[in-house]
Design a protein around this ligand. Structure first.
Ligand code: FAD
Length: 401
């Protein structure tokens, strides 16, 4: 049986795992990335906020992604719940907080392809396209077993193996999971009118319906609705689906045309009771799953990676190993509150839409009204959404860090 040694192993070649492998290789670590590349297109785009863009800049991949991405300069929220207390539409402009854009929207598969392309260029980054089947932590190292029976020996294992993370299960890390009586339909659309770099979120009684700009007269849609309605919509032919979308969007982008494959995503969430175990750190959906509203999942996944990278670099500066318990403790501290707060915010928004109770409608409506009228509150909320105060990791502060 063959066994090779590296400093850091990343398991899972999704966007988060690829970015982690790149971040560690860029810092000079002998890194191995374990997992098969999956670039299937399923209607999913990711809105990447400002910090994520800085992170991709630091990894050197952003310039080649720019032509594939659309800036999000304005965000519009329209209350379409039919509630008695319905505030007028609210718009937020990135200019108000001195940014050109809140972030950029790009197809997830395009992002993964580009990250993989960059990963292939690093000499100190080995890519093994086998699945990981087992993991064990020993006193001074970790051993990963691959599907072909070979083994990899490393100082630190980064589990980026997604929501059903095998490594998380083997390490015995407990999870809390929950679901909502909703499903999201994801699809790309072409339309007659310009989107003017504006994303529009209609808050409906069944969940948010959000159109996000793509380059040209194209947008991505995440339509959160009841399970039954989502299944009905997914079975419509392209023409009928485009018409249903246009109606729900109140025709603000004109006539619609379906412009790519569709995906159906059950609305669920997952959180963990800790972000690591001896010699193991969880990142991305291995550590937290969000329903696809509020553009949180990948942005937080990148923040996990950038925070873990800081913890590893600090460990080395202090004469410790990448996979030491102190490194993992620092990583845990950096992620816990951030992920908890965002999980609660997304959960709260979705549930107030679903309840239909007047007090919840009042609270949501009053919140939106306050945001539309009170300048400093708007700016504070926008800044916190895009550039969180809580100790942004170094690769998200400055591309040259
Ligand atoms: C419709 C939709 C819209 C979204 N919009 C946004 C958005 O606007 N903004 C945002 O930030 N986020 C968004 N998200 C969330 C975002 O897409 C995810 O958070 C992100 O893609 C998760 O990346 P990941 O690398 O952690 O997981 P994954 O992409 O699931 O990657 C995990 C990888 O691990 C591999 N793997 C699993 N087990 C093993 C093993 N044993 N060995 C080796 N490899 C293994 C898998 O094959 C996979 O390649 C959206 C999600 C959806 C569904």
């Amino acid at each position: 049986m063959s066994r090779k040694s590296y400093s850091i192993a990343v398991v899972g070649a999704g966007a988060v795992g690829l970015s982690a492998a790149l971040a560690f290789a860029r810092d000079g670590f002998e890194t191995v990335l374990i997992g098969r590349l999956d670039t299937r297109r399923d209607g999913r785009t990711v809105a990447l906020l400002n910090g994520s863009i800085r992170f991709l800049e630091a990894l050197g991949v952003w310039p080649s992604l720019i032509p594939e991405a659309a800036p999000l300069q304005t965000m519009r929220i329209v209350d379409d719940t039919g509630s008695l207390f319905r505030p007028p539409p609210v718009s937020f402009s990135a200019r108000e907080i001195d940014l050109d854009a809140f972030g950029w929207n790009i197809e997830n598969a395009t992002l993964v392809e580009e990250l993989a392309e960059s990963a292939r260029a690093y000499e100190n980054l080995t890519i093994l396209t086998e699945q990981a089947t087992d993991f064990r932590a020993e006193a001074d190292r970790a051993v990963i077993v691959l599907a072909d029976g070979s083994e990899v020996e490393v100082n630190l294992v980064v589990a980026a193996d997604g929501r059903n993370s095998r490594l998380r299960q083997i390490a015995g890390i407990e999870t809390q999971t929950w679901s909502y009586p909703q499903t999201a339909l994801a699809v790309l659309l072409a339309h007659d009118r310009e989107h003017r770099e504006t994303s529009t979120e209609f808050h409906t009684r069944n969940g948010p319906f959000t159109l996000v700009p793509l380059p040209g007269k194209r947008s991505s849609l995440v339509w959160v609705t009841s399970q039954k309605r989502a299944e009905q919509l997914s079975k419509l032919d392209d023409q009928a689906l485009a018409l249903a979308v246009e109606r729900q969007a109140q025709s603000h982008l004109g006539a619609m045309r379906v412009d790519g494959p569709r995906g159906l995503v059950p609305m669920s969430g997952l959180s963990v009771n800790r972000y690591g175990a001896p010699r193991l750190a969880l990142v991305g959906e291995a550590a937290h799953v969000f329903p696809p509203i509020g553009a949180q999942g990948l942005n937080l996944g990148f923040r996990d990676v950038a925070s873990l990278r800081d913890a590893v670099v600090d460990a080395l500066d202090n004469g410790r190993e990448p996979g030491s318990s102190e490194t993992l403790r620092q990583y845990q501290l950096s992620r816990d509150l951030d992920v908890r707060l965002r999980t609660a915010a997304i959960d709260g928004l979705n549930r107030t839409l679903l309840t239909g109770l007047l007090p919840a409608d009042l609270a949501r409506g009053a919140g939106l009204l306050a945001l539309s009228r009170i300048g400093f509150l708007r700016r504070a909320v926008m800044r916190e959404g895009v550039l969180p105060h809580m100790g942004a990791p170094r690769l998200m502060q400055d591309a040259s860090a």
